[in-house]
Design a protein around this ligand. Structure first.
Ligand code: SF4
Length: 256
């Protein structure tokens, strides 16, 4: 019998994500101003939450609302064979979002994205970028596992994509990294091979998208790691330079 997704687990996951953000800020020395009360002149303490708290709470609740609307989704046939729906996890205010293809067996069993062998490789890539998993957001085009890890079907992508669009709108990242062919094709509405798309920024509604090879591909083809490292270095440089849409050619800024 398959285990139904428990929305309370998802809410706990979102709270864990915010807690991880707070922990990361504390460890990296970033001010956790959203935890402190604002002291007014004269020593009184304001009950008003500082703007960062309002922003974090807003994005957390926007994501929670998307999760709530997704519910125990049965909008495509994949609900019949899934064990757990895999919504996504990470920092609701992430500057960088990784979008993969679909859950595999490990993800289906645990209800979390990128936790199998490919996920461990993605974690290493994130750490090589001098980031932590908790600082980014990770999700997939499809929230349920296709049987036997087969390719996503167009009707499944069409049914699931509105929730990805809402996740990205809630998070409003500065950069998206599309992992593999299906993520790149879905976000960019392109059918060009991933080898031709990678290596430069494209635009998704004005947000720069760096397509690169999926970690599962790298496990089978370790020679592709060099290209992935080149791609993520471009992402790192843009993040460090505080860049977002301005890495795109002028004609693509603010456009799909
Ligand atoms: S893949 Fe997406 S649309 Fe299909 S059942 Fe799962 S959550 Fe719903």
């Amino acid at each position: 019998m398959r285990a139904e997704a428990d929305p309370r687990d998802e809410l706990r996951g979102l709270v864990r994500s915010l807690a991880a953000r707070v922990r990361t800020d504390a460890e990296t020395g970033r001010p956790c101003s959203y935890l402190s009360r604002t002291r007014r002149p004269g020593g009184t303490v304001s009950a008003e939450p500082p703007p960062e708290a309002a922003a974090a709470a807003g994005e957390l609740s926007a994501l929670a609302e998307v999760r709530q609307d997704l519910g125990d989704c049965r909008r495509c046939p994949l609900h019949r064979t899934r064990q757990r729906l895999v919504f996504g996890e990470g920092n609701p205010q992430a500057e960088l979002v990784f979008v993969g293809e679909a859950p595999g067996a490990d993800e289906d069993a645990q209800g979390r994205p990128f936790v199998g062998a490919a996920g461990q490789l993605l974690t290493k890539i994130i750490e090589a970028m001098k980031l932590r998993r908790e600082e980014v957001y990770i999700c997939n085009i499809l929230k349920c596992r296709p049987p036997g890890n087969r390719n996503p079907q167009p009707d499944e992508i069409a049914a699931c994509e509105p929730f990805l669009i809402r996740q990205l709108r809630a998070i409003r990242p500065r950069i998206i990294c599309a992992l593999g062919t299906f993520a790149a094709h879905t976000l960019l509405k392109s059918e060009a091979p991933i080898g031709a798309l990678r290596g430069r920024f494209h635009s998704y509604q004005g947000i720069p998208v760096m397509p690169t090879y999926h970690p599962a591909y790298l496990l089978r083809n370790p020679g592709g790691k060099k290209q992935v490292w080149e791609d993520v270095q471009m992402v790192m440089q843009a993040l460090r330079a505080g860049k977002g849409a301005d890495v795109l050619p002028a004609a693509k800024q603010g456009k799909d």
